[in-house]
Design a protein around this ligand. Structure first.
Ligand code: SF4
Ligand code: SF4
Length: 674
């Protein structure tokens, strides 16, 4: 019976889409009202199985049918036979159509909730809970978070998609399909079979695939339809709330909020389906010209990812995951409470963003985008580097620290446990000085030989985040973002100098205090937390992500250009002193070059390459992180990386210098080298 009802509702929604006349409206609404009446009767009878219930149910049904028939009769009498014109296609999407479609969606929703309630009672699922509660909130919670709701809803979404398959654009079909899939995997509904944990994992995988699709879609379509882009924002908005409510439920609280998000999600689904074909849906939006739209997308996706990772953390580690976080007691003077609340916020934020599941999830998403980028780039060197970026992220951030080594030994290994040169695993104890010194020595030597790129475009997790296809395309904001305009460029601007000074002095102070604490000379902590551990959390598990989601205003690779990362600065500085630089094979090519493409693609906004190539045959800049997009962009493949490899080959006489620094020789008559 549930299957028949699912079929009827999907068919009626399809029918409602085509209805443009009062007669059609009346018929559609009549069917939905009638079904709601029947289901409400079933709920009534199975709650109070007495004769009076049957009588009341019969009265309800008679009333709905009579009212519906009167409406149909009236519509029939006044029917003028307007011919088959599809209103949305001709732009006649007027208020009455919107109201009608809104009513259809709300009635379909009511039917689904009643179906969840009625069939749960009939099949005995949570029957006792249904019969013993008098709270409407609990009833709604039980009805919506039952598989009788999610399964019927998910099937109905799939069937509706089938009906609308020819009217929906490809990207909408994919996203709506995943929406249906995610509905079918709603964990609270599956808890009754003891598979809610599996559902959390499976739902997360489905969501990650959806996110990758969204990123890739907007990368390939810089001017998508307004309908598709608005739908994505709405969907991400409700998914952000859904993931937050999933976490709430996983913490042992009510699933009510999760149920509410399922209902809203369903409204978004049917609204998107029924709007297909409207004139507005074909209007385009160039998202690279809409920073607020892009910011909404990035921030909502991030919130989804954050809560999804937090929910998995709780499933995997138990509720103690949050219990173990050092937070304040939030008492005392208002200012102390306020500062304490900010501290707690950073601590909760950082605990999730530095958890293994967050890394794994982000790695899966961003790693796939980097794999897409590998397919796109031309040079073998960049392909290899991007493959190493994925491998480094996996080994350095996820695999080694969390699964392989016993944590007590971590801090003693250079790099591991001392991420970003400040430390993640504990206070700065004297026993760790060797590991820290080794970290600086290894990293500094690599930076001297190969440039700051060994960190900023390879080992650092940020490399994976910024170098995937979609995030690379956000560098268009480097020219428009209000902060990006100040921070992207060849010079180290005021913002950089101020931030860098604050960052270095705070890190240095935190390191010093942490050390003095650990040798018991002083006793100074940030709300009980070691200062260097808090500094790490603040800079790399909190502020870094703030910079990341504000790309439309801060620009691409904000960590490099704003000076918030002392570790990047250290490596870039040594790299700048070292061997690494960009060189051109033929400086005359740059003289004659019309595109100057190398100057337009740099993610950190370096634009002076052509001038420096012409003047000196090479380019060197403190901010250059060797991502190599200028190398890919040069139409005549003129640029190459110069680092320790070439330097040694030249010294060993195995290759001649490919470019000659110094003044450009006078070109022969005719203006070029020939
Ligand atoms: S600046 Fe820091 S966070 Fe950014 S890529 Fe470089 S090392 Fe990583
Ligand atoms: S490096 Fe290539 S793109 Fe840049 S100025 Fe020279 S020829 Fe043009």
């Amino acid at each position: 019976m549930a299957a028949v009802m699912v079929y009827i509702i999907a068919a009626v929604i399809n029918w409602a889409y085509r209805s443009w006349e009062r007669l059609g409206y009346s018929l559609v609404l009549f069917v939905l009202f009638m079904m709601a009446g029947m289901l409400a009767s079933a709920v009534l009878y199975f709650t109070y199985p007495v004769l009076t219930s049957i009588e009341i149910a019969a009265a309800i049904n008679s009333a709905t049918m009579t009212l519906g028939l009167v409406a149909i009769l009236y519509s029939f009498i006044t029917y003028k036979g307007k011919g088959k014109v599809d209103p949305p296609a001709t732009g006649k999407s007027n208020l009455s159509i919107q109201l009608f479609r809104g009513s259809v969606i709300m009635l379909a929703l009511l039917n689904e909730v009643l179906m969840g309630w009625a069939f749960s009672l009939i099949s005995g699922i949570s029957k006792h809970a249904f019969l013993t509660t008098s709270s409407l909130i609990t009833l709604l919670d039980l009805a919506v978070n039952s598989y009788w709701f999610t399964f019927t809803m998910g099937s109905e979404m799939m069937l509706t998609l089938y009906y609308f398959r020819k009217r929906l654009p490809g990207e909408m079909k994919f996203m709506l399909l995943f929406q249906a899939l995610i509905m079918l995997l709603a964990p609270p509904a599956l808890a009754i079979w003891g598979i809610s944990t599996a559902a959390v994992y499976a739902g997360s995988v489905a969501m990650i695939v959806l996110f990758i699709f969204i990123f890739d879609f907007f990368y390939k379509n810089r001017a998508p339809t307004v309908a598709s882009s608005d739908y994505v924002i709405r969907l991400m908005g409700i998914y952000a709330l859904m993931m937050a409510s999933l976490l709430y439920w996983n913490l042992g609280r009510s699933a009510f909020f999760f149920g509410i998000t399922l209902l809203v999600e369903m409204v978004i689904f049917f609204d998107a389906v029924m709007r297909s074909g409207e004139r507005r849906s074909t209007a385009k939006r160039q998202w690279q010209n809409h920073p607020w739209w892009t910011f909404s997308l990035l921030v909502l996706l991030f919130i989804c990812e954050y809560f999804m990772a937090a929910a998995i953390d709780v499933v995997y580690y138990g509720v103690s995951f949050f219990g173990d976080i050092a937070v304040t007691t939030l008492s005392g003077k208002p200012l102390v409470i306020f500062i304490g609340a900010l501290f707690d916020f950073v601590q909760y934020f950082g605990a999730v963003t530095s958890s293994s599941w967050f890394y794994i999830m982000m790695g899966a998403e961003m790693g796939t985008l980097v794999a897409f980028q590998i397919r796109k780039v031309r040079e073998l060197e960049t392909k290899v580097r991007l493959a190493l970026v994925i491998a480094a992220y996996g080994i350095y951030s996820v695999f080694l620290p969390f699964f392989f080594f016993p944590s007590s030994r971590l801090p003693h290994l250079p790099f591991i446990g001392w991420s970003m040169g400040v430390g993640t695993s504990g206070p700065l104890a004297p026993a760790l000085l060797v590991a820290i010194g080794a970290t600086y020595l290894i990293s500094g030597s690599l930076a001297y030989l190969f440039g700051g790129r060994q960190v900023c475009s390879l080992f650092c997790t940020a490399s994976l985040m910024y170098q995937g296809t979609f995030y690379d395309s956000t560098k268009s904001f480097n020219r428009s973002g209000f902060l990006a305009r100040k921070t992207h460029g060849n010079r180290l601007g005021k913002v950089f100098v101020i931030t860098a000074s604050l960052v270095w002095s705070s890190v240095f102070a935190a390191v010093l205090i942490s050390y003095l604490d650990s040798i018991h000379l002083i006793d100074l902590y940030v709300f009980g937390v070691d200062p260097i551990m808090f500094a790490y959390t603040f800079y790399f598990s909190f502020l870094w992500y703030v910079i990341f989601v504000t790309i439309p205003f801060v620009g691409n690779y904000g960590c490099v250009t704003t000076g918030i990362c002392h570790w990047g600065m250290f490596n870039q500085f040594i790299g700048w002193l070292g061997i690494f630089r960009l060189r051109v094979k033929d400086r005359y090519e740059c003289v004659n070059c019309k595109s100057k493409a190398c100057a337009t693609v740099c993610p950190v906004g370096l634009t002076s390459m052509p001038g420096q190539f012409i003047a000196a045959g090479e380019f060197k800049n403190y901010k250059c992180i060797g991502v190599g997009q200028c190398v890919s962009a040069c139409p005549v493949e003129n640029i190459f990386f110069y680092d320790a490899r070439q330097w040694f080959r030249e010294r060993m006489g195995k290759s001649k210098p490919q470019t000659q620094p110094g003044a450009l020789p006078v070109a022969p008559r005719g203006g070029n080298k020939e």
